[in-house]
Write a protein that binds this ligand. Sequence first.
Ligand SMILES: [Cu+2]
Length: 649
Amino acid sequence: MIPRPKPTLARRLLSSLAALLIAAGVIVVNRPMVAFAADRYHEFSINRDSYKKTYGHWSMLPVPAGFKVNAIHAALLNTGKVLIIAGSGNNRDNFEAGTFQTVLWDPSDDEFSLVPTPTDLFCAGHTFLPTGNLLVAGGTKSYEKLEADITHPAGVMKIKNESPDHGSRTFGKGTRFLGKNGKVYLTRADVTVPAASKMTHGAKTMVHAGEVEVWVDAEEEGDGAIVSSPAQYSVAGLTGDDANNLYGVAEKITREKQEYGGDKTSYEFDPTTERYIRTADMVDHRWYPTLAPLPGGDILAVSGLDEFGRMLPGVNETYRTVEKRWVPAPSLHRVFPTYPALFLTKDEKLFFSGSNAGYGSDTEGRAPGLWDLHKNDFREIPGLTDATMTETSSSVLLPPAQDQKVMILGGGAVGDSPVSTARTAIADLDEENPAYRPGPNLPHPTRYLSTVVLPNDTVFTSHGSSGYRGGPYQDKKRSDLLTAQIYHPDTNTFTTAAAPTVGRNYHSEALLLPDGRVVTMGSDPIYDETGKNPGTFEQRIEIYSPPYLFQGDRPTITDGPTLLKNGGTGTFTVADPTTVRAARLVRPSAVTHATDVDQRSVALDMTTGPHGVTVTVPKERGLVPAGWYMLFVTDDRGVPSEARWVKVT
Ligand SMILES: [Cu+2]
């Protein structure tokens, strides 16, 4: 037998290449199988107990048809239910149809119900009152109108009444105002202008004209009716004194974009009756305001766009909780961008972390600082890097609240800028001269991230996007971040948490549930997956179970008082008190646009007895503002109990 010749090197190479090509062909043909196997392996990995113990676990909440809404706002009520407010949900058709939605979800049995929603609470402000009612104020009065859709020049007309003698005067919608240019402008709504007021200063009598503002649209299309400088307008059909006393003035009448207009309605949502109760209106219309709890139980509302979509020029107002009405706060005049993050400090100041969302001057009012409300004195806090990227950032009073440390995370430059940051920074407000110091970076530059205080003195932060509203970032069409991490204040580090499966950017939120889980919802991407068509609001709800829920038994609080006082004590029955190491009061979240000034976790002094623990509530109102809290006890393994609701009065 003739021995087979040994293949030459070239031949050997050729046959290996052929084998490689065949293998590659097999993989290509079966690519779905390979990907499927990888997915299956991933599914297997993230569902292993050891994985959950270290990274936690995500699950999708099954939301029945009819209860899926555009979650713009969320708040945890003291009944344990989550109030999810959409209002019109950033959907013009809903707005025009008057379809405003609110859903209540009970996480203990996954029951849902609908709540009648009287006006458009989309982009309102909210915070909890000492009673447990959620104050919800402001919202949407009108939707934006983009430049491309504006055929008729329009502007805000201030109608003046210089006569003190003929009472108020009403002008119906469609009233015609005549410009010096011969063009006609029609009012968009019925308005009543008050009579002028007379004031006597010594021998002199001064007359102050009555005023009201209203949108007007030019009768004719096109640029011919544009007026770019301040001018006076007469009212068609008026004669004699009326023609002199009643007239309009407008800064400009243009085809520029018309911003969303704010509303001035205000409600208390009552967790017991599960209904909105209308209060007296706000003083000003506000879209994107922040409502911040004050130590005495009143609420301060700051910032926002007015009913004509203009930034409010630093005029703020106070809700008198007992009287259920709003009053001006002229002594607290201060400019902030919209949805500023304001945290009540131990010494009863408000700390503006720099975080904000939406609108505002590029320069004025953006610097972080401590606001002394007694003197209306604002002391800027230095040291923040990427200081131009605070918009759409997140910030949080780190646990425990006694440490008085506020962390700011991520953010982007003003508006639809393509720039964002991975920076975090921490300010210790207990220092004599507080300053921001760098914290660990986030894994990616991130806007719109959700940040939630957990009962074991850590902080969960997830989601967001690098680009504006999940849109293009660097070479990617979409930029949602499927990442989550847990910040550990004791070591100043992040650890990785299990990854969510649903991306969330603008108009998304997260909050801690009484059972220790974290619910995440909402997201309002600017584009769809192709990057070409408008995005669709994300209605799926995904829940994160932190690692502490996979460590076996949890401590349980079985009994105890419902009422606690600042500086007072209470004894709670706990199954195995010897294992309890810490007790925390966690104020429930009321969150929107990455802004949650309610959530905070307060450490309680604690002694252990044979049947339970006795806790003492700090006496400072700035640390523990009156209201409902979740009491958690945590054991020697760092595992928290489920919460028990207590009211601090
Ligand atoms: Cu909004």
